[in-house]
Design a protein around this ligand. Structure first.
Ligand code: SAM
Length: 263
């Protein structure tokens, strides 16, 4: 599909449709294998620090965090809106001989698909940016809270939109692999951003490749903290990375939030 054709369909595009279409390339684009090497020590530290034995990976994608936590002995359930992403997760689990429960479902309807409470709910990789309104964000955060045990912890990793909006960043990243180039970029539209992923096939250099677009909401630090507290979370702490470095506004690359059920 060329650039213009894809733009024509933008209004119909759902998050699930966007990720169904991206699923085949997602691991290549996000360096699936490299993430295990880079992020494993931090998750080791988090599992130790928060003494977790069960987790829910909300917006699991192809399952990197689900699989990593399972390797670390945490019994993890994965939920994602995209059937194709879940299929890739299941294939990884089979290849790695790991037993995981992977379900298709949405943040908004989470209690319909998951009933068992857990020690940790994690929502990583900027998945919460796909929640577009305050009203739905409140529903989503309350759903996360309902699924946590009494001393449970919510871990969120979003991009730091305080930085992105301040810089009015246009190009999020360009990744060149041996077969494909992925260009992730932003277009600003009032309170929304259009998130574009352009995929170029390196064997057809003259083609514009494929462009997928989805609207996201650039949640600011204080907006997210306010909604977490409104949803009933306590002891909300902000960090600038999964290594739990200090959060600095607007400099930090990421916004990582840890919130508790009880203080
Ligand atoms: C950027 S990917 C991140 C995937 C994974 N957490 C990671 O770090 O690689 C965002 C994922 O969130 C899922 N997602 C977005 N909105 C969702 C919703 N409302 N309910 C369930 N999943 C959702 C998408 O289908 C997609 O797989």
């Amino acid at each position: 599909m060329d650039l213009m054709t894809k733009y024509a369909g933008i209004d119909d595009q759902t998050v699930a449709g966007f990720y169904d279409a991206l699923a085949e390339d997602y691991d290549l684009m996000t360096d699936f294998d490299g993430r295990f090497i880079r992020e494993k020590p931090y998750f080791h530290m988090l599992v130790d620090r928060y003494k977790m034995s069960t987790a829910l990976d909300a917006g699991s994608g192809t399952g990197f965090h689900t699989l990593l936590l399972t390797q670390l002995g945490v019994k993890t359930t994965a939920v994602d809106a995209s059937e194709e992403m879940v299929k890739h997760l299941q294939q990884h689990a089979a290849d790695m001989r790991l037993k995981v429960k992977a379900l298709v479902g949405s943040f908004e309807n989470l209690p319909d698909v998951v009933t068992e409470k857990c020690d940790l709910v994690l929502c990583m990789g900027n998945s919460l940016a796909h929640v577009l309104t305050e009203q739905s964000m409140l529903v989503v955060l309350k759903n996360f809270l309902r699924l946590l045990k009494e001393d449970g912890v919510l871990l969120i990793q979003n991009l730091n939109y305080d930085r992105i909006l301040a810089e009015r960043e246009q190009l999020q990243s360009k990744k060149v692999t041996t077969s494909k180039t992925f260009i992730r970029s932003y277009e600003y539209r009032d309170r929304r951003i259009l998130f574009n992923v352009q995929t170029l096939d390196r064997s057809s250099p003259k083609s514009n490749g494929r462009l997928l677009t989805v609207p996201i909401r650039p949640w600011l630090h204080q907006e997210l903290i306010g909604l977490l507290e409104k949803a009933g979370f306590t002891g909300v702490q902000s960090y600038g990375s999964i290594a739990l470095q200090e959060y600095q506004s607007p400099e930090s690359k990421d916004l990582v939030v840890v919130a508790r059920v009880s203080a």
